[in-house]
Design a protein around this ligand. Structure first.
Ligand code: PLP
Length: 364
């Protein structure tokens, strides 16, 4: 039988957080999912309404690129519509960017442990993966990135806040990194958890993009906007780069329902501000509760906290699941003794900590 191209030999399937349906089927438990950094506050009711209204038009193709959505994303974030592209989740955009800019024999740098899409996208292109570590804050180590840039480097993926550690790139280190970057290299900064950042020294990229630096930021409506099921993310970058990506991306990868819900969700910033406030309060609560119990973790600027255990996290996750809480063992990030837990409303977290305490004789 025909084999896939050799560069794909080490490709492994994406391991998603365990679904509540599968937990119910296996164990008959109605569990709460704290495994995939979704929003437990859900989307704006206006987004749901708008999605429902879009169903009148199921028989017709959506737009290839929704102009009003691009206008709205641009105006909310300081860009013109020409700087924007939407996609079938941030996932698709990360893949399209890799396929557009990296070729076999090139080098693509990305951090580890981090989101698996960077490695996956790199392998799809046939380019050579070059992995770098994190700094002590759990953010990509820019000094190591800099040291690994060669004439073959084409693309650099960074994640800020980084999944699964929650550390961010700071403005000062980012600017000095950008100053030394060769012109032939594109930097893609995945900011899926952007809206949860509180630290004022966070590296913002808008001015760099407006100044036509080779930088693309990738965002999503799957996290704070609560639209993960509809698959919609977006990216902003210099107009010349975005126009190429618009040609590369498959024409109908954003559905009319996703676009309609996204527009309504983006317009309801009042709702998002409330979710943000509640998430940040719950994150503080969660970190202080973990601290109180003596767990080590990276202080997080995202909507999850990843703790270190003294034993394999898989076994602890299974016990928590039996108590009704689905969490994410971080083994496939290369962290077998770490467990990632999504920030949830405080009453949910109270239940989670009761469950953790219940099994704690076995956890630490
Ligand atoms: C860092 C990071 N980027 C991108 C994504 C995927 O986003 P989307 O749902 O828009 O594909 C995730 C999802 O967990 C993520 O953690």
């Amino acid at each position: 039988m025909i084999a896939p191209k050799s560069s794909l030999k080490s490709l492994t399937p994406y391991v998603p957080g365990r679904s509540l349906e599968s937990v119910y089927q296996e164990k008959g438990i109605h569990a709460i999912k704290l495994a995939s950094n979704e929003s437990l506050w859900g989307p704006s009711p206006r987004a749901i309404e708008s999605a429902k209204q879009s169903l009148d038009q199921l028989a017709t193709y959506p737009e290839a690129h929704f102009a009003p959505l691009y206008e709205l994303l641009g105006s909310l974030h300081g860009f013109s519509a020409d700087h924007i592209i939407a996609g079938n989740g941030a996932d698709e955009l990360l893949q399209v960017i890799a396929l557009t800019y990296a070729s076999p024999g090139d080098e693509v740098i990305y951090p580890v442990p981090s989101f698996s899409a960077y490695r996956h996208g790199t392998l799809l292109t046939g380019a050579n993966p070059v992995e770098v570590g994190l700094n002590s804050e759990g953010a990509p180590n820019l000094q190591e990135v800099q040291a690994k840039i060669t004439p073959k480097t084409r693309l650099i993926f960074l994640c800020s806040p980084n999944n699964p550690t929650g550390g961010i790139l700071h403005q000062e280190e980012w600017q000095s990194f950008l100053r030394t970057l060769p012109e032939s290299v594109l930097v893609v900064v995945d900011q899926a958890y952007y809206e949860f950042v509180e630290d004022p020294s966070y590296a913002e990229l808008t001015q760099d993009i407006l100044a036509d630096r080779p930088v693309i930021m990738v965002r999503t409506l799957s996290k704070i906007y609560g639209l993960a099921a509809l698959r919609i993310g977006w990216a902003a970058g210099p107009v010349s780069l975005i126009s190429v990506l618009r040609t590369m991306r498959p024409p109908f990868s954003v559905s009319r329902t996703a676009s309609a819900a996204a527009e309504a969700a983006l317009l309801d910033q009042h709702y998002i501000a409330r979710v943000r406030e509640a998430t940040l309060e719950a994150r503080e609560y969660m970190m202080s509760e973990f601290r109180r119990r003596g767990y080590r973790f990276w202080p997080s600027q995202a909507n999850f906290v990843t703790i270190e255990l003294e034993s394999e996290a898989q076994a602890v996750a299974e016990k928590l699941e039996a108590e009704g809480y689905v969490t994410r063992p971080a083994a496939n990030f290369g962290l077998p003794r770490h467990l990632r837990v999504t920030v949830a409303p405080i009453p949910v977290l109270e239940g989670f900590f009761r469950a953790l305490d219940h099994i704690s004789g076995m956890t630490r």
